[in-house]
Design a protein around this ligand. Structure first.
Ligand code: SF4
Length: 256
């Protein structure tokens, strides 16, 4: 535990704020039930460290559950430095964990698939995560997507997928045998990153060659630009997803 002036960093105002909203999201969307076993995805990015840390804190309202942290190394770093860093963090904090070295990221960028590496990459990674969840007897899979990810996904799906949809806070998969949950759904990215800095988590660099050129980065930059004129733009888009007025959309039968 990191301390400043002898005080545990975890009990900060920011921690309490994030924890309160995480618990609210978990309760609002019934993400966790008594006895659940949750696979917590740990990519090594700030968001995933924060998710793991917040779930590993005493909960006031959330029923008792157990969890296992899972990292899938995508194979971008041949020295596996980030793999070792994550392993050290997990061991030092006594987490139950599974780590796996793969070549998923590299394969997704091979010549036959250069045009759309993200599609294959996320598909293969998901597949492996589902397999590990089954092997670890997890019925919930927690991803560290926050409010900004949900907003960006809505725009990506509209801009490139011609549909109005986004990531769901709780998503039923395999006929209800498992659920994907997103406990950070109410949290702003800015605060998640701030908490990560506050706790000095050993964030590892994302070495994916597509990381800086993805559609997500384009949409993120676009939203940053729009935020200069309207600071509430992300919040407004997020809230708009709960205020849908179907009568003012195009009729479903009119295919275009
Ligand atoms: S940005 Fe890189 S790591 Fe992320 S999904 Fe795309 S290819 Fe995979």
């Amino acid at each position: 535990m990191v301390t400043v002036d002898g005080k545990e960093q975890k009990d900060t105002r920011l921690f309490r704020h994030l924890k309160k909203w995480l618990e609210k999201a978990v309760m609002d969307f019934e993400m966790i039930e008594e006895g659940d076993r949750v696979l917590v995805g740990l990519s090594g990015g700030a968001d995933s460290f924060v998710l793991l840390d917040l779930l590993d804190s005493p909960m006031i309202f959330v029923p008792k559950f157990s969890f296992v942290a899972v990292n899938i190394d995508m194979g971008f770093d041949p020295s596996y430095m980030s793999y070792d860093t994550l392993g050290k963090h997990l061991r030092e904090n006594n987490y139950a964990y599974v780590m796996e070295k793969t070549d998923i990221g590299v394969a997704a960028h091979s010549d036959f698939n250069k045009k759309n590496p993200c599609f294959l990459c996320s598909r293969l990674r998901r597949k492996r995560i589902f397999e590990i969840a089954a092997a670890e007897r997890c019925n919930k899979i927690a991803f560290a997507h926050h409010r900004d990810d949900v907003v960006e996904t809505l725009l990506i799906n509209m801009f490139y997928g011609r549909e109005i949809s986004t990531m769901m806070p709780r998503q039923r998969i395999f006929g209800g045998r498992m659920h994907i949950i997103r406990p950070l759904v109410y949290l702003r990215e800015e605060l998640v990153k701030k908490y990560c800095r506050e706790r000095q988590f050993p964030v590892v660099e994302n070495r994916c060659p597509s990381a800086k050129t993805s559609k997500r980065i384009y949409v993120k930059n676009l939203l940053d630009e729009l935020t200069k004129n309207n600071k509430k733009i992300r919040e407004n888009i997020f809230k708009a997803m709960s205020h849908v007025r179907p009568d003012y959309l195009l009729p479903l039968s009119k295919k275009m």
